[in-house]
Design a protein around this ligand. Structure first.
Ligand code: PLP
Length: 290
């Protein structure tokens, strides 16, 4: 990866009109007083780019706006952010797989102007995860599944910059000899991965948990469910528990950049991997041009 493949556009910033400025990623851009850094007070999206085409861009922009509302941030200027992502995507078009991250923070403490930027780079290779699969552990997230209703200030289901907990969970998985995590609510509901949505197949039905248990609505899951017909599958969104993982014919963690990673073990117990369907899903996800 060369420096030129890390590209940056500054979308909003203190003292600037709302505009799109191409900037040099190697140069300092951010104030040390920005609450995005000092408090993790902001939101982000990570959008996969297939041969220069942002994938599920509308769904990502919808979710960016949803996260902004949940954090009482100003509504992101949709056209400006679309432009920023497309500008970066065009610059990454010679790469089969890349990604762009959009970030919006509350800005500098005490000033009313949010800070926004987007940057992009080529994706790492996920061949092993997509074909051989991943080992996961179940971890208690420590929140009940009704937390979004009873305690909305916990921001369950918002894509905030405060991902230190998610990273700590992955380190815990690694300490246990696994690759990734499926969070479970304190009242026993299956939630999501730290950066992914849980999808399982039972017979000819794909299932995923509903957003209202406090998880992020997944753009990758939504695209897969919209395409399920072509694989002869139906879909349901319903509350799930760890027992449903045990009964499933196949389980995946799905997300924008890694796409569909089949789960080959849960807490050390081997799970069946549906190799043909996994390949079909990843072929479909990689080929998306919008
Ligand atoms: N859940 C969480 C907590 C995430 O961070 C992500 C993506 O990063 C997802 C689910 C999957 O969302 P998407 O498919 O839109 O990447």
């Amino acid at each position: 990866m060369t420096a030129a493949e890390h590209l940056l556009v500054v979308v909003t910033g203190p003292g600037e009109a709302r505009s799109l400025i191409e900037a040099e990623v190697a140069h300092p851009q951010l104030s040390v007083l920005d609450v995005g850094v000092t408090r993790g007070d902001g939101i982000f999206e990570t959008i996969s780019i297939g041969a220069g085409h942002p994938q599920a861009l509308d769904a990502h922009l919808d979710r960016f706006a949803r996260s902004a509302r949940m954090l009482d941030l100003p509504e992101p200027d949709r056209d400006l952010w679309r432009d920023a992502v497309q500008t970066l995507a065009a610059r990454l078009s010679e790469h089969e797989e890349a990604w762009v991250k959009t970030v919006l923070t509350r800005g500098i403490e005490g000033q009313p102007v949010p800070t926004g930027w987007a940057y992009g780079t080529v994706s790492p290779a996920f061949r092993r995860e997509r074909t051989e699969g991943i080992d996961v552990v179940l971890l208690d997230r420590g929140l009940r599944s009704d937390a979004p209703a009873t305690s909305p200030w916990l921001l369950a289901g918002a894509k905030t910059l405060s991902y230190a907990v998610n990273r700590a969970a992955v380190r815990e998985a690694q300490r246990r000899g696994a690759d990734d995590v499926i969070f479970v609510s304190s009242d026993g509901q299956l939630l999501e991965g730290p950066t992914s949505t849980v999808v399982l197949r039972r017979g000819d039905v794909l299932s995923t948990p509903p957003d209202d248990v406090g998880i992020l609505p997944g753009t990758t899951q939504a695209d897969l469910f919209a395409a399920a017909d072509q694989w002869g599958l139906r879909t349901t969104i319903e509350p799930l528990t760890p027992d449903d993982l045990g009964d499933a014919d196949a389980v995946w963690l799905v997300s924008s950049v890694r796409h569909a990673a089949p789960v080959r073990s849960v807490d050390g117990a081997a799970r069946p991997v549906d190799t043909p369907l996994t390949a079909a899903m990843n072929g479909f996800l990689r080929a998306r041009r919008s």
